[in-house]
Design a protein around this ligand. Sequence first.
Ligand code: NDP
Ligand code: 5RP
Length: 475
Amino acid sequence: MSERLADIGVLGLGTMGANLALNMAEKGFVVAGSNRTAEKAYALRDDNGAVGQNIVPTDSIEQFVATLKTPRLIVFMVPAGPIVDEEMQRIMPLLSPGDIMIDAGNADFNDTVRRSKAIADTPFHFVGMGVSGGELGARHGPSIMVGGEEQVYSLLSKILEPISAKYQGTPCVAWLGPDGAGHFVKTIHNGIEYADMQMIAEIYGILRDGLGLSAGEMSDIFADWNSRGLSSYLIEITAVNLAEKDPDSGKPLVDVIADEAGQKGTGRWSAIEAQKLGVGATTIEAAVSARGISSRRKERAATAALYGSVAGVRGDFHPDKDGLKELEQALETAKIIAYAQGFAVLSAASEERGWNLPLGEIARIWRAGCIIRSQFLDDITRAYEASGPAANLLHAPQFVERVKAGETALRRVVAKAALAGIPMPALAAALSYFDDYRRARGTTNLTQAQRDLFGAHTFHRLDQEGVFHHQWPAV
Ligand SMILES: NC(=O)C1=CN([C@@H]2O[C@H](COP(=O)(O)OP(=O)(O)OC[C@H]3O[C@@H](n4cnc5c(N)ncnc54)[C@H](OP(=O)(O)O)[C@@H]3O)[C@@H](O)[C@H]2O)C=CC1
Ligand SMILES: O=C(CO)[C@H](O)[C@H](O)COP(=O)(O)O
């Protein structure tokens, strides 16, 4: 057994755990590694040159715990759900008072709240921590969203700050609130990620099916868009995805990838939590549903055989400068609306749970390291700095001007796509949300009348205070 005591332990050395461990090791921390398949811990030490020398592989959970300095900092990087509970149960009998367990996977924040409550009855601490940035982010600097006891964060920050991404020299890590706050914010980050990705896929659908462009041509368009307002990691990787050739067939790789999107839960949880809070997050919901529909590929083929498909339907789209500008502007406008929805969910959850989430700071720590990093997040930080916790980002003066400028493009793109039969679930949801949210006199007065007629559910009046019930004619 090694005599060297480790500053921190990582349990679960898969894609994220291994890279986080190397990131910590590179910053000079000694990292104990534990993995279900123990050989991976040894390979992590042996295959990574000088950095690997700061990794202390272990064979058993007992050895792993014994290798850690106290109070022990133990990062769990395993699949979310029961595996986290199982691993915690396995390790807890070996811990000492004051030790800290950190779930760094994409947990459902409800599980994090439950685990935090359970740990409160023990001498240990529990931290729910969202990490974003994928494999490379974990290795060289992720964005880190921490929830739990604030005084525990001060023990962790000495490691989390050096390993996190930096934006203008400031670490992209923050303590965001108690128990599930960090995982909630990570979940909504991913919900926004789903919306962003779906909207990009929809515009790709117009370029491919409406305009008949090749993958290479589309790559150039996304690369061009990445130089202006849409500049972001997701637009940048889209250009790379579209340019890549399949080594087997020589075709563009995207053309041979099956159109079936996977999902592990965070997008769905974002939509569920938005619904629970009564906040419209229609663009995120549409993106989650679109992944579900995409996964039913055989069913879609059967439906296409019945109704015909849209491939080759050009509609009223044009690949000229104005036509492409309209698509760019539509995407930019819908993106503002999608982010406004995501931040509205954060704001509502913060109020309901008393988390006092720092919304501008959240936009700041997403500015580097994470998957939705983009210039646009600076505007969100500035909007919150200028106006405080606004009910909705669509009220912030910077966004009012931009949405007014882009609204027509979004409307025209959605309308033309509808006429051509090209699906636009997320872009259309963004537009409908905008139209609904800016309509001072809506139509649910009729809904209320119906509810009162069939169920005596009562209604408010515009011209009198109080709660009313009407004796409607019997039907
Ligand atoms: N991949 C990504 O881009 C991101 C992932 N995440 C989250 O991070 C967490 C880890 O993801 P990722 O690294 O991608 O996953 P991987 O599948 O690459 O790694 C999973 C790790 O968990 C271990 N493991 C799996 N099942 C068990 C089990 N039953 N008991 C004990 N250990 C087990 C694996 O061990 P073994 O090697 O033996 O299989 C491996 O070390 C997840 O919650 C994920 O959602 C968060 C941000 C980004
Ligand atoms: O958290 C992440 C990025 O921020 C992970 O990449 C996550 O796996 C993405 O979610 P899904 O697998 O559901 O697309």
